[in-house]
Design a protein around this ligand. Structure first.
Ligand SMILES: Cc1cc2nc3c(=O)[nH]c(=O)nc-3n(C[C@H](O)[C@H](O)[C@H](O)COP(=O)(O)OP(=O)(O)OC[C@H]3O[C@@H](n4cnc5c(N)ncnc54)[C@H](O)[C@@H]3O)c2cc1C
Length: 415
């Protein structure tokens, strides 16, 4: 694979950019692999990447029913932060955040990581207490966050209205090295690196069955034929329930639609990410100038990857209280993705009742930020077969043992 660099751009410019090679290969499936990952979203691709990079396992296929990053990875609002309350969460999200810092260099692909700072507004006394508690927990965990005053909030984000009619801004939990990254680029960068290691990224290939013998996985059935393997990773977010069903087990999660929207592009007016969890809306400005706005989940389960009007109205109405300028913006487009939500709002990175079959899911509304850390942990689990390291606390057994990692209240809106 040729390296991307300023020199390569200049050299190719001379030939009107006709000399670039394909970023990743388009292979036909082989009959057998050492490991197969189902799902070419960020988490599946990162798992494959770290299987190769950290454990030297490169005879790997990543099988995707649609296109690279076409699931939630390409539909999210790209907030990256690690200011969680519980120790296992802070550990994996902070590992991920730190890997984002060097991801562009690591993958030789510009993922546009922008550590512009993330603030979670405290707009009730309860939130003030909650975020102060999180700031103390983060200090013990080695995660850099701070509870800041309303005046500092206004300094960092002048378009905020501090004395909102219902919910004045009382402060915020501020993570200066949180931020955003370009979601497609994360998927494309990993895919290119996997392809370069000799892995097969197979798109438009739906998994329709999981084969097994004597309680051990033996392979998968797909729309492009059968592939054998003794190590299978299921990393399909909102479709996890379907795949678990094919493997003969059940998962404690629900699939719901989560929505987002963007406005028309405007001049730069906001260079931080703001989450307003009480009124429930969050916003950042993209490099193109669009205001990227995130809403909530539907109140019912579904597999439809689309937005709905009542959410748009609710989200924008909520945001206008804190950002009056939003009322003057035209909204450009909106969409939905199917997120997989667990009861304790923490992910599952686990062995399954089917031998050789592992699952990574339950990232719900907030897994983009976790992609590199999750891939790192899942690769360790798949290569060693042991639940250890970053994945240790995220096993399926926690739901039987009542050992929840409760981020539902602590994380507020977990995007
Ligand atoms: C609107 C919205 C906003 C969000 N905002 C944020 C945010 O700001 N910050 C944040 O951290 N997170 C956010 N998230 C959550 C985040 O997007 C997800 O947690 C994360 O992208 C999940 O990645 P993944 O790789 O697990 O899943 P996906 O990207 O969904 O990938 C799973 C892949 O599996 C494939 N697949 C499914 N079934 C099969 C099959 N049978 N055969 C083959 N392939 C299959 C799918 O086609 C898909 O490409 C948001 C999500 C949404 C929807």
């Amino acid at each position: 694979m040729k390296r991307y660099s300023a020199f390569a751009i200049a050299k190719n410019a001379v030939n009107y950019h006709r000399g670039w090679e394909r970023a990743w290969a388009k292979p036909e499936p082989k009959p057998e692999y050492d490991a197969i990952i189902i799902g070419a979203g960020g988490h599946g691709l990162a798992t494959a990447y770290y299987l190769g990079k950290n454990y030297g396992i490169t005879n790997v296929a990543i099988v995707e029913k649609g296109w690279l990053g076409g699931g939630n990875t390409g539909r999210n609002t790209t907030i990256i932060r690690s200011n969680y309350l519980q120790d296992p969460s802070a550990a994996i999200y902070e590992k991920a955040r730190s890997l984002y810092e060097t991801m562009s260099q690591d993958l030789n692909y510009n993922v546009m990581f922008s550590p512009r700072g993330v603030m979670m507004l405290a707009q009730t006394e309860h939130e003030v207490r909650g975020y102060q508690r999180t700031a103390h927990a983060n200090a013990l965990q080695g995660v850099e966050t701070k509870f800041i005053s309303p005046q500092r909030v206004k300094q960092l984000c002048p378009i905020i209205e501090l004395s909102g009619p219902r919910f004045p801004v009382l402060g915020a939990l501020w993570q200066p090295r949180g931020g955003t990254a370009r979601h497609d680029a994360v998927a494309w960068g990993y895919a290119r690196a996997c392809s370069d290691m000799g892995m097969d990224v197979i798109q438009q290939c739906e998994v329709t069955g999981i084969t097994q013998s004597g309680g051990q996985v033996t392979g998968i059935e797909t729309t492009k034929g059968v592939m054998k393997t003794k190590k299978l990773g299921i990393v399909v977010a909102g479709n996890s329930g379907h795949l678990a069903d094919m493997g003969g087990f059940r998962l404690p999660l629900e699939s719901v639609s989560l929505q987002a929207l963007v406005s028309e592009p405007v001049k730069p007016c906001m260079d931080v990410v703001v989450m307003a969890n009480t009124v429930h809306g969050y916003m950042s400005q993209s490099d193109k100038g669009e205001m990227v706005i995130g809403g909530g989940t539907d109140g019912f389960n579904s597999y439809t990857q689309r937005g709905s009007f009542h959410h748009l109205e609710e989200t924008v109405r909520a945001l206008i209280e804190t950002f009056p300028m939003v009322s003057r913006l035209k909204m450009l487009r909106h969409w939905g993705g199917i997120v997989d939500v667990t009861g304790d709002r923490s992910p599952i990175i686990s062995k399954t009742p089917l031998g050789g079959c592992f699952i990574n899911c339950g990232w719900g509304t907030g897994g983009f930020k976790a992609i590199p850390g999750s891939g790192w942990a899942m690769a360790e689990l798949m290569s060693t077969g042991e639940t250890q390291g970053l994945a240790a606390e995220f096993g399926l057994n926690r739901f039987q043992e009542g050992r929840f990692i409760d981020e539902s209240v602590a994380a507020g809106v977990a995007h």
